[in-house]
Write a protein that binds this ligand. Structure first.
Ligand code: SF4
Length: 165
C-alpha cells in the first residue's frame, strides 16, 4: 500500500513561487505520485466554506497552534474576525488526512492555514515570520508529518524511508 500524502490543492496548479528547477522537480514528482494514487488533494479553506475570492487573512500576534487553543485570532484585512472559519478548516484537513490514511502533508507555505515554516506576521505588510498555520499545526500535533512546498526533497526521503526503497 503506497504512503498517502495530503497536498494543498493550490500546489497542484503550481500557483506558488518557485525557481525553474524547483518547479520542474515538483511537477515531475507530483505527476508520479498522482499516478501512484498517493495524493489526497485538499484545500482546507474551501472545505470550510470560505469564498473565492476571499480577503487576505493573517494570524494576529500568534501561531496556528495558539489559534487552535483560542489563544490567538485570525482576522481579514478589514478587521473581521474569521478565527472560527479557519479552526474549522484545520479540523477538516485533519479529518480528511485521517480518513484517507495520510502519513504526511505537503502544504503551501506562508498561508495562515497551510503555512508550515512561515506565516505572515499579522500586520498585513507582506512581512513573514517563522511559524505554522492552523492546519499545519493541527496535523503535526496529531502525528502527520508536515512539509512545506519548499521541502520536497525531505518529503521524498521520508516516503522512501517508510517504504525502505
Ligand atoms: S494554501 Fe490556502 S488556497 Fe492553498 S490549499 Fe491551503 S488553504 Fe487552500
Amino acid at each position: 500500500m503506497p504512503s498517502k500524502i495530503l497536498i494543498s490543492a493550490c500546489l497542484m496548479g503550481f500557483q506558488v513561487r518557485y525557481n525553474g528547477r524547483e518547479k520542474a522537480d515538483l511537477r515531475q514528482t507530483l505527476e508520479r505520485w498522482q499516478k501512484e494514487q498517493r495524493l489526497v488533494i485538499h484545500c482546507p479553506e474551501l472545505a470550510a466554506g470560505l469564498p473565492v475570492p476571499r480577503r487576505p487573512a493573517e494570524i494576529i500576534a500568534g501561531s496556528g497552534d495558539e489559534v487552535m487553543r483560542n489563544a490567538a485570532r485570525i482576522q481579514e484585512n478589514n478587521g473581521e474576525d474569521v478565527t472560527a472559519h479557519y479552526q474549522l478548516a484545520a479540523w477538516l484537513a485533519l479529518e480528511t488526512a485521517r480518513k484517507e490514511g495520510c502519513c504526511a502533508a505537503l502544504l503551501t507555505d506562508g498561508s495562515p492555514t497551510c503555512g508550515s515554516r512561515a506565516i505572515y506576521d499579522g500586520t498585513f505588510s507582506g512581512t513573514q515570520r517563522a511559524g505554522m498555520g492552523v492546519a499545519a499545526a493541527l496535523l503535526s500535533a496529531h502525528g502527520i508529518r508536515v512539509f512545506s512546498h519548499q521541502q520536497l526533497p525531505e518529503l521524498v526521503d521520508f516516503i522512501n524511508a517508510r517504504e525502505e526503497i
